[in-house]
Structure formats: structure tokens, C-alpha cells
Ligand binder design. Structure first.
Ligand SMILES: Nc1ncnc2c1ncn2[C@@H]1O[C@H](COP(=O)(O)OP(=O)(O)OP(=O)(O)O)[C@@H](O)[C@H]1O
Length: 478
């Protein structure tokens, strides 16, 4: 187990921290002043030093140089945030403002130790002396193996907002806290969930991802919670649900705002009691599942209209993560375009293609309503159709004047549009109008699955377009 040195002159704080760490199976050494700390650094094998800034005999931050490869976590009071910043500049790996809570401290320690282990593994394998802060190729974000070095192994981003998000993800990943990931469609919510799982202690267990919008309302409860034999017509045998399947690991509920109220009540029970009851069963079973949830909707506002349970909202909102829309990420748009282009070229085995200057300008100017997913799709299409090594703006097929219409046209191209829409194509209605018209005309008589089939799009896509065009689903009576 890791050996941690606590450097703190206040006996009460030192003992409390020691107790906390020992309770969590760490071995602890103590120092009450600067000289004792130096002595410990020189004579003991340490994995981490946690130090206060102000110490009798010297500055805690001066220990950073002495510690060499041993990571230093600095504790500071709110009043001395400047010294925290200073400490980070001098090479501290992290800082915690006092008073901190136990979970905060434990998760900081855990993520530092994970990073440290990976660093030494990398150094040992000769692949580098430190974990690169550059994004690395990461097509395989599945579970298994050791946790990744950092969120940057998964997600590209250099702007301030994304860096803050990455820090938060790294802090919360090793804890078992429920995380609510919010952001527009295509911003990377699912990717963030994968990163959270891969950097968690459950990384070698299953990550089960469920898109609540893609499962018919009538099936969602039995899919998630399982059912007993005969629980409903068609339940010929008992079946375990997805939550049970995620036991020991992580469950990612995407588009949680679409979860029907009955299923919300069951989910609340899982979060409160750690137990689940299959549909049609009177008995509960214990499960150990970490829940990650995502939505592009405003759940808080939904609670006001009784569309989402308030108690569940507060249970989910333990650690909110907000992913900014692509248009707010400044230079990251081009960074992402370059990285994604390289990734796609490699995957599609088409080397030597690049973006022309005009295409780069167009990419930077466009507002990307479909966010990273739209950028990725635009690049993939351009790679497929380009006949020259330079991708020109027209190949991206985005309309810089009227992005929304163009986007829908692109989506519609080549899809099996229903007859009703094909006929209407000759008139001057926009595709948005056709879509809206068709959905409003038919939604009372068709299920979402039928509508999507008729439109030649997936159920998820139908749902996304409903959101974008603000066409709510009709409330089913009875
Ligand atoms: N920061 C990023 N770096 C690299 N790829 C990204 C990043 N953000 C998103 N992507 C890619 O963009 C696509 C969309 O991301 P993802 O599915 O995670 O978005 P989402 O917010 O969950 O979308 P939705 O709400 O529609 O489910 C994926 O292919 C993902 O790999």
C-alpha cells in the first residue's frame, strides 16, 4: 500500500488526516515541521507527500524541489490561494483548499497515485519519461486494462473550459459519486462517461451504456430492472436487467430526461438503497453500481413541470459536469478538426489529405449546432468525396449562411424519405418544414418507431430532431 507523508504543524489536523488515510489502508508517516519533513523525504520510501504551505522552519512548497519524483499535494487555506497557484507553478501535482472534505482528499490522493503509477509504468516501458499531456490516439475506449493516464487520452481540448472540465473529470472519476453530465447533443457526453469509467477503480469491470431515448417506453423498465417470468404478456422467462448486468461496474444512462416517471421511481430506489426490484417481483436484490447520467435537457426545469422527479434530480446532481458547445470553444474548433481529421485518415487509410486554408476558415466561422459529432461527420464525408489532397469548404457541405437548413438537407440526402416528403420536395417548403409537418400530422397515430421508420432515420435521430426543432412528443393518455 502507498506510503504517504503528512507534513502539518497543527497536531489536530495531522492526526485527523492520519486517521482518515490509515482507515483507507494507506501507510502514513508524519512530520510537524520543515526539517522533520526533509528528514523523512531523505530516509523513507514515499509515494506521496501531503503538505501544508506554512510550516515552522520553512515553506511547504520548498519541499517540492526536495521531493524530486515524489508527487506533492499542497493543502492551503482559502485565504492563501495565491500560494496554491505558486505551488502548482513550482511543480505540486495538486492542491486542496482547507477545509476539504474526506471524499475530496481521498479522490485527490487516488488520482495522483494512479497517475504516478502510470508514469512509472511508462518510464519502465521506455515509452517516455512522463505521461504526455498531448491527446493520444484512442479508438478503444472500452473497459479493461489499466486506467488511462488522463482525460486527454479520450477527449481533445485545450481551451480553458475544457481543461477545467478535464481536471474535474480526473478528480471525480476515482470516487463512486453519481455524475450528471450536461451538454448539447454531440458535445461529447458519452465520451466523458467513458473517460470517467476508465479512470475509475471500476475500470476493469463492465461499463453499460443505455440510451433512454432509444428504448420504447413500454420496455424500458424491464430492460433496466429486469423482470420475473409472467410479469407481463410476453415475459416467458425471468430476465436480468441492465442494472444488474452492470453490478460491480458502471451504468451510463444517456438522455436520462427521457426516462418515464415510473422508471425514475425505481431508479431512485437503486440510488437510495443500492437495491433493485425486478418488474413483477416482490423481492429486492443488492447491487453495487456507479451511476453516470447524461442529458441535453434542463432537468431542473423539468422538475418544475413534474416531468422529472425532483428527488431523483438531486440524487443525480451530486457532481454536475457541463460540457460546453463546440462554438464556445474558440481555437479548440480547429484543434479538434485537425485531430479528428488525422484520426479519420488513419482509420480510413487515406493518408496525405489535409484541410485547405479556406476550409479551416469556414470551420472556424461555422457555429456547429451538431457540435463535435457534426464536425466529425463533415470531415468524414469530405474525406470520402475529395478527389484532391486539399479539402475545400464546399466538400464539408455546411452552409455558412444558414447552417440549420443545410444540416437537415445533408441528413436527408440519401435517406429513405417517406413518400409524403418526397412529393413535397418539389414545393419550396424547407426540409425542416417537411419534417415538422410530417411528425405533427402523424404522431398521434404512429409510434416513435413507426415515425422514424417512415422518415428513414433512427429513433435516436428522430428524437434529436424533435429537440432541435422543439417538437415535443405528445403525452400518451391512459
Ligand atoms: N473532445 C472530444 N475529443 C474527441 N472526440 C470527441 C470529443 N467530443 C466528442 N467527440 C466525438 O464526437 C462524437 C459525439 O460524441 P458523444 O457521442 O460523446 O456526444 P454526446 O454528447 O453523448 O451526444 P448525444 O447527446 O447526441 O448522445 C463521438 O464520435 C465522439 O468520439
Amino acid at each position: 500500500m502507498a506510503n504517504i507523508l503528512i507534513v502539518e504543524d497543527e497536531q489536530v489536523i495531522r492526526s485527523a488526516l492520519k486517521q482518515l488515510l490509515e482507515y483507507n489502508d494507506y501507510t502514513v508517516s508524519e512530520a510537524g515541521n520543515f526539517d522533520e519533513a526533509l528528514e523523512a523525504i531523505r530516509s523513507e520510501r514515499l509515494d506521496l507527500i501531503i503538505t501544508d504551505v506554512r510550516l515552522p522552519g520553512g515553506e511547504g512548497t520548498s519541499l517540492i524541489e526536495e521531493a524530486k519524483d515524489i508527487p506533492v499535494l499542497v493543502m492551503t487555506s482559502y485565504a492563501s490561494m495565491r500560494s496554491a497557484v505558486n505551488a502548482m507553478k513550482r511543480g505540486a501535482v495538486d492542491y486542496l483548499a482547507k477545509p476539504f472534505d474526506h471524499d475530496e482528499m481521498l479522490s485527490a490522493i487516488e488520482s495522483i497515485l494512479i497517475r504516478q503509477r502510470q508514469r512509472s509504468q511508462l518510464a519502465h516501458n521506455g515509452t517516455g519519461s512522463a505521461v504526455s499531456s498531448e491527446a493520444v490516439e484512442n479508438d478503444d475506449t472500452s473497459t479493461g486494462g489499466s486506467p488511462r493516464a488522463s482525460v486527454k487520452s479520450f477527449m481533445y481540448g485545450d481551451c480553458e473550459q475544457m481543461l477545467k472540465l478535464f481536471t474535474l473529470i480526473e478528480k471525480v472519476a476515482p470516487t463512486d459519486s453519481t455524475v450528471l453530465i450536461q451538454g448539447e447533443s454531440g458535445t461529447g457526453k458519452e465520451l466523458a462517461a467513458k473517460a470517467l469509467h476508465a479512470l475509475s477503480r471500476r475500470h476493469d469491470q463492465t461499463l453499460i451504456s443505455v440510451n433512454c431515448a432509444a428504448i420504447p417506453e413500454t420496455l424500458i423498465e424491464s430492460e433496466l430492472f429486469g423482470h420475473e417470468k409472467g410479469a407481463f404478456t410476453g415475459a416467458a422467462s425471468a430476465r436480468r436487467g441492465l442494472i444488474e448486468a452492470a453490478d460491480g461496474g458502471t451504468l451510463f444512462l444517456d438522455e436520462i430526461g427521457e426516462l418515464p416517471l415510473e422508471a425514475q421511481a425505481r431508479l431512485l430506489r437503486v440510488l437510495q438503497e443500492g437495491e433493485i426490484r425486478r418488474v413483477g417481483s416482490t423481492q429486492s436484490r443488492q447491487v453495487d453500481v456507479r451511476l453516470l447520467a447524461a442529458t441535453h435537457r434542463n432537468l431542473k426545469a423539468m422538475t418544475r413541470n413534474n416531468e422529472f422527479r425532483e428527488d431523483l434530480f438531486y440524487r443525480l446532481n451530486v457532481m454536475p459536469l457541463k460540457i460546453p458547445p463546440l462554438r464556445d470553444r474558440g481555437d479548440d474548433i480547429l484543434l479538434l478538426a485537425d485531430k479528428l481529421l488525422q484520426k479519420l485518415l488513419k482509420r480510413m487509410d487515406k493518408p496525405g489529405i489535409s484541410l485547405t486554408q479556406a476550409a479551416r476558415q469556414a470551420i472556424a466561422a461555422y457555429d456547429w449546432p451538431g457540435n463535435v459529432r457534426e464536425l466529425e461527420n463533415a470531415l468524414e464525408r469530405a474525406i470520402i468525396v475529395t478527389e484532391a489532397p486539399g479539402i475545400t469548404p464546399d466538400l464539408l457541405d455546411i452552409d455558412f449562411n444558414d447552417s440549420q437548413n443545410s444540416y437537415l438537407e445533408v441528413l436527408a440526402t440519401g435517406s429513405d424519405m417517406p413518400k409524403e416528403i418526397d412529393t413535397a420536395k418539389s414545393s419550396d417548403l424547407s426540409l425542416e418544414d417537411y419534417f415538422q409537418h410530417f411528425v405533427l400530422e402523424n404522431q398521434d397515430t404512429m409510434s416513435e418507431t413507426e415515425l422514424a421508420k417512415k422518415l428513414g432515420i433512427s429513433r435516436k435521430n428522430l428524437w434529436e430532431r424533435r429537440q432541435r426543432l422543439s417538437i415535443p412528443r405528445p403525452k400518451k393518455s391512459g
